[in-house]
Every structure is written in C-alpha cells, then in structure tokens.
Design a protein around this ligand. Structure first.
Ligand code: CP
Length: 316
C-alpha cells in the first residue's frame, strides 16, 4: 500500500481492507507504542467543503502517530479563489507533504487530485460520489459490534441519492458478500443505478427498495441512517418537503431487534432523536472513534511507516 492513493475502496484489495481493520484494532490497544510511527511526516488536509469529523480525525490521526499537519478548511482561504486548478494545487502541495486528504464538492475531484499529485491522495469525500474512509469507519463498527462484516441484513435509510457514504458502503459490502440490503427512501432519493448494478452483479447479495421504515426495521441487523443532503439539492422546496421523511425515535426503535446497530455517518439533523443516543444500539459515536483509528491505519500504511510491534494479517 506504500505510495497508494485511495479515491474509492476499489483502490484497496479485500485483503488490504481486512489488514486496515486489523491494524486499527492494534492501534487502539497500543496508542502509546504507535505514537512516534510517523515522526517527520506531514499530512495536508485540503478541505474545499465543510467538515467536522473527517478533517479533524485525519489531522488527529497524523498527530497521534507523531507527524504534523498543514492545510486549509474552506476554499475561500486558498488560491482557488484566484482561479488555481486542483491539479496545480496538488502539484504544489506534493512538494510540501507526504500524504494529502482532500474533500471537494465535485464528484471526481479526488481522482483528478490523485493523478496530479506525486504523493498519496486520500479521498475525504467527493460530492455525492464516494467517502471511502467513512466506509472504513463503518466496517470497523460492524466488525466490533458483530465480529463480522458479512451475513448481515443492512437497512440504509434516508437520502440514498446524494449520501456518498451509502454508495461507498454498499459497494464495499458487496465485495465481501452475503449481505441483504433494504434500501429505505422516498422515490425522489433512491439509490443510484450504478450502485444497484453493483448489488445485482454480486450473486450473494440482494436488495429490496421500500419507503416505510417501520415495516422493515424488525428485520434489520444494521440500520444506517443518513441526513438529507441539503447542500446537494437544486431546489429548497424539495429539501424542505423531504428532510423529515424519517425520524428514528424510541417508539420506532422498540420495533427493532435487541442487537440491531444504529449507524449514522453524522452530522445528523432531525433523523435520529437525541433520546436514541442512550440506547445501547446507538453506534454512531463509536463510528467517530473508529474513523480516527482507521485513518491512523491508512495514513501510516500509505506513507510506509511500520507500527512498532504490529504483526500483519498478510505478511509481505
Ligand atoms: N461523516 C462525515 O463526513 O462528517 P463530516 O462532514 O463532519 O466530516
């Protein structure tokens, strides 16, 4: 994985994804031992779109590995306002750092960045397309809750059109197989065809599309809630009409299995009532922690720094 850019999780083999999960578990148990792993390294976070978790966890990950961080949060502070292209920015920043994390509102921007850069580029979310490191956090949460990432009935609920975390997660779960997807959305926010095609191309996976959450919640091992992505709507009226279609509260949760896990990439707006946070099925703040650990695993891997004492699942 040394020197590798991660634009989608297709850039990693299934063995490499399993290795990242294993590494993150090791990092969690050996935080002090790994705290000098990336000494002398520098990460750039180039965030052209708002973020709390992704940017701060990429940065914390590098700091906790002993490295340093530069970057910008908000394109208005960068030379993009003077007309600089992504390619020129990446050719420039490649001279300063060992690895780049980029978030951009346009689908495909991370791919353009990775082609221009001479250091690894990690996609921290490109428009409504993909968010691979969120998926790594999601997989780590499934692994810790169920001890596996296959043989699950996974409900994805809300904005399945613009929710890039949903697209990354479905595509990746299909690679491991044996998942039954229940896609819960209004007609206006259904899953894009290219993601459906991926499920259809996986013999051990299946899907149904439904509108009503209450009628299927009792079947689910995992309920992945999503925010309706206001920033990707062309029309404010449509957003206002659709934003509160699904609200998970205690009454709905009472219909679910006792060990169902509720995931959400966050930020949430109204789609999960705060009262749900105290339910043991709420796993979304665990996802946040797992996001940092997985980014530590990924950053150390792509810059080629070995974690002291770590025994790989897949020896080189
Ligand atoms: N999950 C996620 O991408 O959160 P942020 O937008 O806060 O980074």
């Amino acid at each position: 994985m040394v020197g590798k850019s991660v634009v989608t999780l297709d850039d990693l083999s299934t063995n490499q994804i399993l290795e990242m999960l294993h590494k993150a578990e090791y990092i969690d148990a050996h935080r002090k031992e790994v705290s000098h792993t990336c000494e002398g390294r520098v990460l750039a976070t180039l965030f052209y779109e708002p973020s709390t978790r992704t940017r701060l966890s990429f940065e914390t990950a590098m700091l906790r590995l002993g490295g340093k961080v530069i970057g910008f949060a908000g394109a208005q502070l960068a030379s993009v306002t003077k007309g600089e292209t992504i390619s020129d920015t990446l050719k420039t920043v490649s001279n300063y750092v060992d690895v780049v994390a980029i978030r951009h509102p346009k689908e495909g921007a991370a791919l353009v960045a990775s082609r221009a850069a001479s250091v690894p580029v990690i996609n921290a979310g490109d428009g409504g397309h993909m968010h691979p490191t969120q998926t790594l956090a999601d997989l780590a949460t499934l692994q810790s809750r169920f001890g596996r990432i296959t043989d699950l009935t996974v409900g994805l609920c809300g904005d399945l059109t613009f929710g890039r975390t949903v697209h990354s997660l479905i595509e990746t779960l299909c690679r491991f197989g044996n998942v039954r997807f229940i896609l819960i959305s209004p007609d206006e926010l259904k899953t894009p065809q290219y993601v459906i095609d991926r499920i259809n191309a996986t013999p051990t996976c299946s899907y149904v599309e439904v509108r009503d959450l209450a009628s299927v919640i009792g079947d689910l091992d995992v309920l992945y809630m999503t925010r309706v992505q206001k920033e990707r709507f062309f029309n404010e009226d449509d957003y206002l009409r659709l934003r509160d279609t699904y609200i998970l509260d205690e009454d709905k949760l009472a219909l679910a299995k006792p060990h169902m896990a509720v995931l959400h990439p966050l930020p949430r707006v109204n789609e999960i009532a705060v009262e749900v946070d105290d339910d043991p099925r709420a796993a979304y703040f665990e996802q946040v922690k797992n996001g940092m650990l997985m980014r530590m695993a990924l950053e150390s891997s792509v810059v080629g720094d070995d974690l002291p004492g770590y025994e790989p699942l897949n020896p080189k």
